[in-house]
Design a protein around this ligand. Sequence first.
Ligand code: VG1
Ligand code: CO
Length: 544
Amino acid sequence: MSIRTVNTQPFNDQKPGTSGLRKAVTVFQQPHYLENFTQSIFNSLEDLQGKTLVLGGDGRYYNRQAIQTILKMAAANSVGRILVGLKGILSTPAASAIIRKNQAYGGIILSASHNPGGINGDFGIKYNISNGGPAPEKVTEAIFAHTKTITQYQILESADINLDHVGSFKLGTMDIEVIDSVIPYLELMESLFDFNLIRNLLSKGDFSICIDSLHAVTGPYAKAIFEGKLGAKTGTVINEVPLEDFGGGHPDPNLVYAKSLVDILFADNAPDFGAASDGDGDRNMILGRNFFVNPSDSLAVITANAHLVKGYKNGLTGVARSMPTSGAVDRVAEKLGINFFETPTGWKFFGNLLDADQATICGEESFGTSSNHIREKDGLWAVLFWLNIVAVRGESVEQIVKSHWQEYGRNFYSRHDYEEVATEGANELVNHIRSQFDTLKGKQFGNYTVNYVDDFSYTDPIDGSVTTNQGIRIIFTDKSRIIFRLSGTGTKGATLRVYLESYEPDVTKQDLDTQKALKELINIAEEIAQIKKFTNREIPTVIT
Ligand code: VG1
Ligand code: CO
């Protein structure tokens, strides 16, 4: 086996976004495209020689080919050892757990998460550091800098490696260990939650659940945990076979793309509990019988009930949420007297807070929550957390959420997505709002008066790094908010996200339909941003 040095030229579009580099599969299939980015990762890691890396992906189309290429390049770049998930599969939270457990130097995760898969879909690659979390901006910037100057990459000439069996072997001087993708993750979950209590709840027969894996990576994990360990009946996990194109679906666990589950939970005789996960298993949607749990509320309920759960009963040091996430959890933090942080969108901003033990639980409005057990979002963790709470309290999901609102007030919250609109119009929309920054302050819109307007920026309290332009905030005097942001994960055109929030302390008014409660703010958002004109759309593609 010999190492081949291949001459190459930079691609000018390899800047990582909210969560790694995401592009159409056809872009990744261009000669040298994946190799250039992989070599740029290796080039940005100074002392990689002899170190251990973790490698795996969400199983989407091109996962297998990419894994083979990366293994051969790692061997040529003097990596000491690689732990690869069986068949090249690792959910994002499992990869994070395995990096931490093995004290690996870092990991490469192949996923485009909620973006559709298949030959006409998307592919993605991201680098995680030794804490198990997404590379912080200074690392992604260094990788990006290398992509702009790369002239060659190294790859070992060898046959493909068989990843279909657990075992160890050599590739050149590098050790490869093919490891079980599920067991380390399952063991970690068992250490955090009361599996006996949940087993009691699920096996008695009077509490039924439905877990929808949307033909993505969580299928084998959910089968092993819910049907295997926790005694739920066979068939509890649906769409459980991971497919390279996710069965043609969109593995995004929201009310539109997880319709299969929504239909089941909103039918007559619906199960008591339902959940869906995204492509790479780091996000989750929680449903009760005929009841949708807003992800921002889910974060608040998890935080407020953490003392009931084995792994968290000693208390939380703090909680962090992304800026667009509703303020529901802020009220819980205040009551518990724990730290509270507001960060930009993207899990990489939580890593420092978790490492410094300033926060225990973190969450985003986009159905992502997790804790200091790993450094990624964790979809099945949230499902188990909810089941553990339900098992302890003996109440329905709806009762638990409503009593939360009663205690803390309800933050009415919704996100309107305008997906794949023209980039030019989206940029004009942002500029149009920015041009009103000076005139909006103090302006009255019906019942609402603008308190202030800004572009969110964040100074990391641990390392002092500053991140600017993380979303436009229009904040009203009663703390209601409208936020505008452009997505950093899409691959076609631009995706505009509009986040709307108001607060209702009066219990008699908390049962209102969310869109009705937010109607006035929705109209104000249109008035300020001229969404219809700039996006050329009458309505959002997804409403959460
Ligand atoms: C979206 C979500 C964000 C999440 C990110 C990655 O980003 O809004 O909260 O962290 O996806 O999640 P954006 O830039 O499109 O709004 V995942 O599950 O794709 O790794
Ligand atoms: Co994801």
